[in-house]
Design a protein around this ligand. Structure first.
Ligand code: AMP
Ligand code: ZN
Length: 667
């Protein structure tokens, strides 16, 4: 096959796998195989820029930077929707419709996805532009970012119109949102408030690589254009689905307003089981001819209506505002409420986010406040019932000093959060940092829990994580509820953590913005803590995926005298502060320039380990045998077609043992 042929075949294949995985939720290939194919394609494209295609699946990973998003005038205006809240509202709407159109009216009922709206334009089956709603007349061209969203087809399948636009909602499903927030919290960052804002914020990121990392999805609901060859809304949803778009299958046809209400009531309950946020139902006149007759008001189509679900809200009295201090010193104000029932749970506390939020809502102690539970895990205060406010009530004055250590708080330019800068002397920061250090994903110290850490700090036995390594059984025994056995376990657990690999140690140090992934990247690049400590900002940013914010934070952390002292102590105790000799030894240039194909079943080591060995020794792994292949590592049950191909191209086969000998012996 020609190179161009290979490239096209891979592109088609990957496109199909993406579709199966993201749109149909039905993977047809393992993640590993997918990655390998993608890598092969990337390599081919790199070598052959002449076959560039703006819609290649490789561009899903991003890479394009947009400094200023271009403003694009929508060819068809993106309208808003009118809202209804009751059966009466809907019946009124129906009466207005029936005055304007003849014949039966049927309604399509769809869920109202809560995200950011987007308009996608396709020509000849290829995505050519993605524009945000903006003010409805014009929006921003965010095509590069949208291309990274796997549920957006870059090329269509089936029989589609030559040119059309399709509208949908960019959403962030709950599980992806939760995962993103877990990573942020682990890196000492403020979690995102809700999926909707995070989704819409994502569209305007300048670096599309960042967008690619966010688990966004796109749900489609409206076709726009001339001569689309469809007659109803339901049919257009069906068609869009056929062409490869993700169209949720909740949509239903209703013959009357009462049937519409059945749909609404059903989903008002069931929406809690959906993997993403919805804030209501959208009802549309199904017949497109009738839609056209109905037309638009200044703001919204007359043929569509949103029906908003009641948000779960309750009223309660704000008793007190307290302030929590995180391990990085970030202050979070917390509302302490009169206990109230909300969506099946008793709510006592709600997040107030930051000083701006309190000022914006003018929330005061003793106020009667509205509490809501949206997609967020922690309930939030959405407003104040001013009719209940006492005449002598005073505005909230945000704290200016740390409630725990009285240090004057700081607030950095462009950040919403206040910080207590007393890194080494502020008790909750001390405790928080040590708790992070011992946590499961970090040093995973057995026999030591968060509460014991707090106790140890309170008793003055430790003030930083290095102190853990000097704890003795004798010191621990006098502590409350500390038996001989548990004291021994604790000390043994601490000693055992000296085996934890460097990348986890680096994460455990609790440097702001250095989560698990960043720690891995830094370790892989710099190999030792000394190298990281001495790395300049430029050297840090030169590492793949390390941005200026992370670089600055790393610099700041290591420039502190205390940090250096603590690191030196950890080194003396024997904590791993560089890549292990084994790992380092594994990194050779032994197989430089060689391309391997691995096929069949192996016995001594797994496929993944085999692949790692090849890569650690500078070799490349490819999935298909070609003239470029240097060796095929053949396991049991290697496919006959692969064998034949290797034979035909004269590519030498290595057995598992032969390969192992090659790397082990020569290395
Ligand atoms: P609103 O922003 O409250 O005026 O609601 C209008 C928005 O709802 C539209 O701009 C769409 O982005 C969004 N929307 C979500 N789901 C749907 C749907 N199934 N049909 C139409 N619009 C929808
Ligand atoms: Zn403090």
């Amino acid at each position: 096959m020609t190179i161009e042929g290979q490239i096209n075949t891979l592109r088609k294949e990957l496109q199909q796998h993406n579709y199966a995985y993201y749109v149909l939720d039905n993977p047809t290939i393992s993640d590993y195989e997918f990655d390998m194919k993608l890598k092969t394609l990337q390599e081919l494209e790199m070598k052959h820029p002449e076959f560039y295609d703006a819609n290649s699946p490789t561009l899903r990973v991003g890479g394009q930077i947009t400094k200023n998003f271009e403003t694009i005038v929508h060819e068809y205006r993106m309208y808003s929707l009118d809202n209804s809240y009751s059966r009466e509202d809907l019946l009124d709407w129906e009466t207005r419709i029936k005055k304007q159109v003849d014949g039966e009216v049927q309604y399509s009922c769809e869920l109202k996805y809560d995200g950011a709206s987007i308009s996608l334009t396709y020509e000849k089956g290829v995505l050519i532009r993605a524009v945000t709603r903006g003010d409805g007349f014009q929006g921003d061209d965010v095509t590069n970012n949208i291309k990274t969203i796997k549920t957006v087809p870059l090329k269509l399948q089936g029989r589609y119109p030559d040119k059309f636009a399709i509208r949908g909602e960019i959403i962030l499903p709950f599980d992806g949102f939760k995962k993103m927030n877990e990573e942020r919290v682990a890196a000492g960052e403020e979690p995102y408030a809700n999926p909707r804002n995070t989704a819409s914020g994502s569209l305007k990121l300048q670096d599309s690589t960042e967008v690619a990392k966010r688990p966004l999805a796109c749900l489609l609901y409206n076709l726009t254009g001339d001569n689309l060859g469809v007659e109803s809304q339901m049919e257009s949803l069906e068609k869009a689905r056929e062409w490869g778009f993700k169209v949720p299958d909740a949509a239903k046809l209703a013959n009357s307003i009462d049937e519409v209400l059945e749909f609404v009531n059903y989903w008002d309950e069931q929406r809690h089981n959906l993997p993403y946020e919805t804030d209501g139902v959208v009802i549309k006149v199904n017949n497109l001819q009738q839609q056209e007759e109905l037309g638009y008001t200044a703001k919204a189509p007359r043929w569509a209506m949103a029906y908003k679900f009641q948000t779960e809200q309750a009223e309660s009295v704000l008793k007190e505002i307290t302030y929590q201090i995180g391990r990085t010193g970030a202050i979070t104000p917390v509302a302490n409420l009169e206990p109230v029932q909300l969506a099946g749970t008793t709510v006592r506390r709600a997040s107030l986010h930051n000083a701006d939020q309190i000022a914006k809502l003018d929330i005061r102690v003793h106020d009667t406040v509205y509490v809501e539970k949206g997609g967020e895990i922690i309930p939030k205060i959405v407003g104040v019932n001013l009719t209940e406010r006492a005449v002598d009530s005073l505005p909230t004055v945000y704290i200016s000093e740390c409630p725990e250590c009285t240090t004057t708080l700081i607030r950095n330019e462009g950040e919403a959060q206040h910080y207590c800068p007393n890194v080494t002397g502020c008790p909750p920061q001390i405790v928080g940092r040590i708790q992070h250090f011992i946590s499961r994903k970090a040093m995973d110290i057995e026999g030591l829990g968060g509460e014991t850490v707090a106790l140890l700090v309170k008793e003055g036995l430790i003030t930083n994580y290095a102190d853990l390594y000097e704890l003795t059984v004798e010191q621990l025994l006098p502590l409350e509820r500390m038996a001989q056995k548990s004291a021994e376990n604790l000390v043994a657990g601490v000693a055992k953590s000296k085996e934890i690999p460097f990348e986890r140690v680096l994460f455990a140090l609790g440097i702001r913005y250095v989560g698990e992934t960043v720690a891995k990247k830094l370790v892989k690049h710099f190999k030792t803590i000394t190298a990281i400590m001495n790395a300049s900002e430029e050297a840090l940013v030169s590492v793949d995926e390390i941005g200026i914010r992370i670089a600055q934070s790393v610099r700041e952390f290591f420039s502190l005298e205390v940090t250096r002292i603590i690191i030196e102590r950890l080194r003396q105790y024997g904590v791993q502060l560089e890549i292990s000799a084994e790992e380092l030894a594994g990194q050779t240039a032994l197989l430089q320039g060689e391309v391997y194909v691995v096929s069949g079943v192996f016995h001594k080591i797994s496929r993944t380990e085999l692949k790692k060995l090849i890569e650690n020794n500078g070799g490349k792994v490819s999935t298909s045998i070609s003239a470029r292949t240097s060796f095929v590592i053949a396991g049991d049950k290697m496919g006959p077609s692969k064998l034949e191909k290797a034979d035909k191209l004269g590519i030498p086969l290595l057995s598992e043992d032969e390969f192992l000998e090659k790397v082990m012996f020569e290395a």
